[in-house]
Design a binder for this molecule. Structure first.
Ligand code: M6R
Length: 610
């Protein structure tokens, strides 16, 4: 989604803005632009395409201004073009925007009648005209800005320059993320923390329906009624290195390799009493007197996080015997779900900003359901309105394709399920201790799978030209088959479908023909024989089998073209290990095809609009 950066202070703005835009690139974009106040005049430069092209222009211009705003645009309203790129401009006002102004179609003709004509096809442009209109009516900027905000419906994160106040950046937020960074004699604004982490670690997070302004030595925040807001600053602990590639070709590959550490960090401090007990103090207020007050659990998420939720259902139902319903946030919010205070709502989101998931949390709050979120980004919007948050400690995830955040979500879901199993007495002490023992081994088992292996390059060479791949598995690994297909589609643009193996005969087997690549996940669990029968069915119809099997399996290599061995673990932890080869397979296929692995076309890292 669109990214915003802004700076006011001592350093030349053009360098800071370009560096900030680079750090926002991972969110996905099709055009970029900046506005810098140079010698009192707003200079706007925009390009369709890459930030490097924008940088070339700025290098030639050599602007010396120390205040500016920048934007990466991910098109929603209006095609990708220079005209539609931000900043947008109306006489004295220049604006960058992330979000969607839902009532812009109503506002465009009203503004036009008054002589404020939109030149672009975007919803965003109306914002600068609205503010300008109020300024022309004689209001001061500190009144005109919030008045304009009250006229727009929808989501916005905004950074605004007013040529008559060339020492200030105005900012505002509603349902799209925006953070302010406090420096020494300079201040910053950005869509997310990594964009300004090289400048400052002191952050102020704006809340919905707040606006304010930044000057060199001053940050002021207000609500829409104009009342000042006092908010404490946060110090960010993560290191900048976690947001850089560290010698890997892509962030995605680096993040795949970071999984043992991400799992370790997510477990850290949660295995209590010398690895005898699950410690999740965040959940205690929801389970008074260590009893379960909930009749059912909903797990709601989007994309990869939804697949984690599907795995969570297998774990929770089996360990805690509580009914679990898993749904896509984009569907759930428009259904009439039966929600009340007896429901526990578990929402999963790496970014904590996904618009549909956030809307589900708001809806569940109204219905008095209790909300536990599983998020990776600290203090993002979803944790801020949840009763409890179980953070995954995967570190910043930059690659658009989610990898380490996914496996960290699976770790949290397994801890949560064990916690519930213990609480409901469906698990005994021995079960919990043995589960903890297996969990603790996961990082070292992951490292074994992550050994550099020619198999993925060979698979890529052999199958990257194929029009389509099928993935299948049973039980708790069926969602991993879906995740494997999603990973491949999003970064390699090769069509792929994932199925629960039992569904093959109900349709997909018709796709099997000579040489069709089929990826099967077959751990040695209770479903082994049934999945093996499915393997035989596709193999006799000519499929090329790529199998992920348990270490020591003698049968599978005889029937599969390629076998990748996975160390043995308990059933509920096998998705953690089986996820890694499907990520590597997708990565090497995409890299072989030469796609933009970290920023695949049309995709954005955090989907902050519907
Ligand atoms: O930040 P979230 O976990 O809420 O994001 C949900 C999806 O947009 C995300 O998982 C998406 O499917 C990824 N690109 C998958 O790799």
């Amino acid at each position: 989604m669109c990214g915003i950066i802004g700076c006011v202070g001592g350093q030349e703005a053009s360098e800071i803005l370009i560096e900030g835009l680079r750090r926002l690139e991972y969110r996905g974009y099709d055009s970029a632009g900046v506005a810098i106040i140079d010698n009192g005049i707003v200079q706007i430069q925009k390009v369709k395409g890459k930030i490097a092209d924008l940088q070339k222009i700025l290098n030639k211009l050599r602007l010396k201004g120390t205040i500016g705003i920048g934007h990466t645009r991910w098109a929603t309203h209006g095609r990708p073009s220079e005209l539609n790129a931000h900043p947008h401009h109306s006489k004295d006002i220049t604006v960058v925007h992330n979000g969607i102004i839902e009532n812009y179609r109503v506002l465009v003709p009203i503004l036009k009648k008054k002589g404020y004509v939109c030149k672009s096809e975007t919803d965003s442009e109306i914002i600068c005209h609205l503010i300008q209109m109020y300024l022309d009516q004689g209001l001061k900027m500190e009144k005109a800005f919030p008045k304009a905000l009250c006229q727009v419906r929808g989501s916005y994160a905004l950074a605004v320059l007013y040529e008559k106040e060339p020492h200030r950046i105005y900012v505002a937020k509603n349902a799209s993320p925006l953070v302010v960074g406090k420096g020494q004699g300079e201040n910053f604004v950005a869509s997310d923390i990594p964009a300004i982490l090289n400048q400052t670690r002191t952050i102020l997070i704006l809340e919905d329906q707040e606006w304010g302004f930044l000057e060199k030595d001053n940050i002021r925040i207000f609500n829409l009624k104009g009342q000042p807001i006092r908010r404490s600053l946060k110090t960010i602990q993560w290191s900048l290195a976690t947001t850089e590639k560290d010698g890997f070709r892509h962030f995605m590959l680096k993040e795949i390799y970071e999984q043992p550490m991400a799992v370790q960090n997510t477990l850290s401090g949660r295995l209590g009493n010398g690895h005898q007990r699950i410690d999740l103090p965040e959940l205690e207020p929801l389970f008074p007197r260590k009893k379960n007050p909930f009749e059912r659990i909903y797990i709601v998420a989007c994309g990869t996080s939804y697949h984690a939720g599907m795995v969570g259902k297998y774990m929770m139902e089996s360990m805690a015997r509580i009914p679990v319903i898993v749904d896509l946030a984009s569907e759930f919010r428009y259904r009439q779900p039966v929600l009340d205070s007896r429901c526990l709502m578990v929402v999963i989101s790496q970014s904590g900003e996904t618009a549909d998931t956030l809307a589900v949390v708001q809806m569940a709050r109204q219905k008095k359901a209790k909300i536990v979120s599983i998020c990776n980004v600290m203090d993002s919007s979803i944790p801020r309105i949840s009763e409890a948050t179980l953070y995954t400690h995967a570190g910043p995830e930059i690659g658009v394709a989610s990898t380490k955040a996914f496996t960290a979500q699976l770790v949290v879901l397994s801890l949560f399920s064990l916690f519930l199993g213990d609480l409901t007495k469906n698990l005994n002490r021995k079960d919990v201790i043995s589960a903890i023992e297996s969990l603790s081994k996961i990082p070292s088992q992951m490292k074994k799978i992550l050994r550099p292996d020619a198999v993925y390059q060979r698979i890529a060479r052999k199958y990257a030209h194929c029009p389509s791949l099928l993935y299948f598995a049973r039980g708790i690994n069926a969602p991993i088959a879906l995740e494997g297909a999603l990973k491949l589609k999003e970064i390699s643009y090769i069509h792929a479908e994932g199925y629960a193996a039992g569904e093959l005969k109900h349709g997909p087997i018709a796709l099997i023909d000579e040489g069709v690549p089929v990826v099967v996940l077959i751990p040695q669990d209770e479903h082994y024989d049934k999945t093996y029968s499915n393997i035989e069915e596709v193999q006799t119809r000519g499929a090329d089998l790529i199998a992920l099997a348990t270490q020591g399996d003698k049968l599978i290599p005889k029937i599969a073209k390629e076998t990748i061995f996975i160390p043995k673990t308990q059933w509920f932890l096998s998705p953690l290990l089986f996820s890694i080869p499907i990520q590597l397979m997708a990565y090497y296929m995409a890299d072989y095809k030469g796609t933009d692995v970290d920023q695949p076309r049309n995709l954005a890292k955090s989907v902050t609009v519907e």
